[in-house]
Design a protein around this ligand. Structure first.
Ligand code: ZN
Length: 321
């Protein structure tokens, strides 16, 4: 049994990893880069880069870098690298940086992708590095949800309170604190059950009991667990929201890395408050059926620079440690 589990774990690791390992030498520095040459829509692309300055060695910490994703030469999105570790040993100065870009679930072009790194080492001219990327195909589920009177009124709620909920959450998710490096090791699922009743990026049609309908994307994974099931933090981090919201009920949001947040919805009880530091696996509350829910379940979601990304991606070694 143990052997079977190990084989499955190895296969999963292979599936998630396929890390490309590059060593590139330029005028101002040597670069060691790890990233995934192949990626799926709805995942993220993390790039880990160790910079070893060749001239002003002691200035490694002043390295600045950005990552840009291009499709057929056109810039789609961009983000800055942040520091995750540094080395100041004698004659061995280096800095290790991480950057991430969310990959939309709507993208389906296989080739033509390039990751461009711009890096300025100790005030010298920018070095430019280009990494190829292939986007593999992924199918997503389409489903229709028939809402009863209660859920229809939540979904069509235009009250100031719901508007305030949305504005507050958006402001939290838009914040990028470059020093918020809480965990780079693989994350864990928040419940032990693997009974999933909805999947990440399901394309949904919500049918109102009053006749109309609307479309939407399901931004997380739904675990069909009984009310009162323990919910655990998927990783170390800082609680940035813990409150009752109109559409998502008792909710928790935790910051794990700059721009990266985990969200937990529809709970019946909260065991953390804003400002708390959670350890990976710490109890944060109990599952329930609060807010817009057709039955007891836990909704677990990950957001990277505002965009929802597949939670499963973070169960693998996404930072290439
Ligand atoms: Zn859900």
């Amino acid at each position: 049994m143990k052997k079977a589990a190990l084989i499955i774990a190895c296969l999963l690791a292979f599936f998630y990893l396929q890390a490309e390992d590059l060593s590139i030498k330029k005028d101002s520095a040597a670069f060691e880069i790890k990233y995934s040459r192949e990626a799926f829509p709805g995942d993220a692309q993390f790039v880990r880069m160790t910079v070893i300055p060749l001239k002003n060695k002691k200035e490694a910490a002043r390295t600045k870098a950005s990552l840009t994703l291009l499709l057929d030469g056109r810039e789609l999105s961009s983000s800055d690298f942040y520091r995750i570790s540094g080395n100041n040993k004698k004659n061995n100065f280096s800095v290790t940086l991480l950057a991430a870009i969310p990959l939309s679930t709507w993208w389906d072009q296989k080739d033509g992708w390039t990751l461009k790194i711009k890096c300025s080492v100790c005030d010298s001219a920018d070095e430019t590095l280009e990494l190829p990327m292939t986007l593999l195909h992924k199918d997503f589920v389409s489903e229709t949800l028939w809402l009863d009177g209660k859920n229809t009124s939540i979904k069509t709620d235009v009250s100031p309170r719901r508007q305030q909920d949305i504005e507050k959450l958006n402001a939290i998710l838009a914040a990028t604190d470059k020093t918020a490096v809480w965990q780079t090791a693989p994350f864990n699922a928040p419940v032990s059950s693997n009974r999933r009743t909805s999947f990440f990026a399901d394309r949904r049609i919500y049918k109102y009991n009053t006749g109309g309908s609307t479309t939407g994307l399901h931004h997380g994974i739904d675990y069909g667990v009984p009310e009162g099931t323990e919910v655990h933090a998927c990783a170390r981090g800082k609680v940035v929201l813990a409150e009752d919201r109109v559409s998502t009920g008792y909710s928790v949001v935790i910051e794990h890395l700059p721009g990266l947040y985990s969200l937990y919805y529809h709970m019946s009880r909260l065991d953390v408050k804003e400002g708390d530091i959670t350890e990976e696996g710490q109890l944060i509350g109990l599952s329930g059926c609060t807010g817009l829910a057709t039955g007891p379940h836990l909704h677990w979601e990950m957001r990277l620079y505002m965009q929802s990304v597949s939670p499963d991606y973070f169960l693998g070694n996404f930072t290439f440690e």
